[in-house]
Ligand binder design. Structure first.
Ligand SMILES: [Fe+2]
Ligand SMILES: [Fe+2]
Length: 166
């Protein structure tokens, strides 16, 4: 697709990222439901199945979303002094979400009924950390970035998103 075509169909780089956040939020809600069910023996098998499916989503779609942000948006903000500290914080949040995700996957994989309460706590922690990160992007980073980046850069980043997700 040429830059002209991208311009015509441009719906907003940050709109695309927010749509991804909405999909992520749906799966976080699913995970919360499973977390509360996993401590009940009768509901545990189904809850573990749901958690495995949610983890699969985060290791594919979720990982792609993080890569989208780190390959398109972050490099554009890196040279701008206003974003120096903020980017370090957001990069740290990405790594923190990944750490919590790995801890959750390990607990699901090594599940025993005695570990159900710990798994529930871990699932809730992952949801909390991920949700806080999304909120910080949507309320803090994205609006500020949108103000600082020229439209041609937003169009270029939209094109790059398409290539990354093709
Ligand atoms: Fe992010
Ligand atoms: Fe994001």
């Amino acid at each position: 697709m040429s830059t002209d075509d991208a311009e015509k169909t441009f719906t907003g780089f940050f709109g695309n990222l927010q749509q991804a956040h909405a999909r992520i939020e749906e799966r976080l809600q699913e995970l919360e439901g499973a977390a509360d069910a996993v401590t009940e023996p009768a509901r545990a098998p189904k809850a573990l199945e749901t958690m495995a499916s949610v983890l699969e989503f985060f290791s594919t779609f979720g990982a792609q979303h993080t890569e989208d942000e780190e390959k398109t948006l972050f490099p554009r903000l890196q040279p701008l002094p206003d974003f120096k500290l903020m980017l370090a914080a957001f990069d740290f949040q990405h790594r923190m979400v990944e750490t919590e995700q790995r801890a959750l996957a390990a607990r699901v994989q090594g599940f025993t009924p005695a570990g159900a309460a710990g798994l529930r706590e871990q699932a809730h922690r992952f949801v909390e950390v991920h949700r806080a990160h999304i909120l910080a992007e949507e309320r803090g980073l994205f609006p500020l970035a949108e103000k600082h980046l020229p439209r041609r850069v937003l169009v270029a980043m939209t094109l790059e998103l398409r290539v990354l997700n093709a």
